[in-house]
Write a protein that binds this ligand. Structure first.
Ligand SMILES: Nc1nc2c(c(=O)[nH]1)N[C@H]1C(S)=C(S)[C@@H](COP(=O)(O)O)O[C@H]1N2
Ligand SMILES: [Mo]
Length: 312
């Protein structure tokens, strides 16, 4: 895979001049250090499990799958680092078992599951999905997982439940990024109940036939393929059915830049950059971004009558 130049991407986190300044200085200092002692080249490659062969080599639109190596080495996971290429190493010893996932709130059958049991309880299938990051890059990933609707049907949301709220583990001793006071940890995300019940919405437990590695949000994470990647929250420990629209970590940090709905939409630019095109990691050309990331047929009906500009 071609190395990604940092100049090609617009980091999600640079929205504040103070922060831009600090990140700039940090990058400079690191660059000098690396230049002086060539540290980067000395680091041994992380050992990865052997990926299993997926059912297809491309998604339904013909886009090639990204390699297991690419998917597991270029990650957004602010609990570990804002440097995508540093996440895998920093997360490599993060313990993903045992792992409790508590499902509660406005449900008839609240329950705490072990993540390992979840994959036995619900039938895990392969789903090849495009992942589109709000920063303008994308990947095609063969996930293993089960529809979130299967879990929700088991806990039975009450008539009062309107939204689903997801919470990532809070473990600052193991996740150095959670000591960064700029963000309101833990990471929170949310979906409207009908979005959560849509068949595309997946709780993922694996990639390329292997258990999710920590850098990809192991042991269990959400995947909502028609929304920008930040909605696909990693390392989930809590799922609550609620009446009010949840406030996500990104809305708390910069509501005007990261809306609740965050449906992939080429016609609505991010306040600081266009969303009209994207680059699939591993390629150099840019391709046009598709409405709802190419899943309009499955999900556009969820937003009928809504002003999709307003609900960015
Ligand atoms: N808890 C948590 N979940 C997260 C993030 C994060 O920083 N923390 N980053 C999000 C973003 S911005 C993207 S693009 C995807 C990236 O998933 P990947 O690293 O598996 O490709 O995870 C999302 N889920
Ligand atoms: Mo992202």
């Amino acid at each position: 895979m071609r190395k990604i130049k940092s100049s090609e991407i617009t980091p999600e986190h640079i929205y504040l001049s103070r922060r831009t300044f600090m990140v700039g200085i940090g990058a400079l200092a690191t660059g000098t250090l690396l230049g002086a002692c060539g540290q980067l080249n000395k680091q041994p490659a992380l050992s990865l499990p052997e990926p299993l062969t997926p059912s297809a080599e491309a998604d339904e639109l013909g886009n090639p799958l990204n390699s297991y190596e690419a998917i597991t080495s270029y990650n957004n996971y602010y609990e570990f680092s804002t440097n995508k290429e540093a996440v895998a190493r920093l997360a490599q010893n993060f313990p993903t078992a045992p792992w409790a996932v508590t499902v509660g709130g406005l449900v008839r059958n609240p329950k705490t599951y072990d993540a390992g049991d979840l994959r036995k309880r619900f039938s895990v299938e392969e789903r090849i999905y495009r992942l589109r990051c709000v920063e303008g890059w994308s990947m095609v990933i063969p996930w293993q997982g089960f529809p979130l609707s299967a879990l929700l049907n088991e806990v039975e949301p009450t008539g009062q439940a309107k939204y689903v709220r997801f919470e990532t583990i809070y473990a600052p001793e193991q996740m150095p990024g959670q000591k960064d006071g700029w963000y309101s940890w833990p990471y929170i995300e949310g979906l409207r109940l009908d979005e959560a019940m849509n068949d595309l919405t997946l709780l993922a437990t694996g990639i390329y036939g292997r258990d999710l590695l920590p850098q990809n949000g192991g042991p269990i994470r959400l995947v909502v393929p028609w929304k920008y990647g930040f909605k696909s929250i990693k390392a989930i420990v809590k799922i609550d059915l609620v009446e009010e629209q949840p406030v996500s970590l990104w809305m708390a940090a910069a509501a005007h830049e990261y809306g609740f709905y965050a449906n992939v939409n080429p016609d609505v630019p991010h306040p600081r950059w266009s969303q009209a095109s994207e680059r699939q990691i591993g390629e150099s050309r840019r391709r046009p971004t598709l409405p709802f990331n190419g899943y309009a047929e499955e999900v556009a009906h969820l937003y009928e009558g809504m002003d999709l500009r307003k609900f960015y």
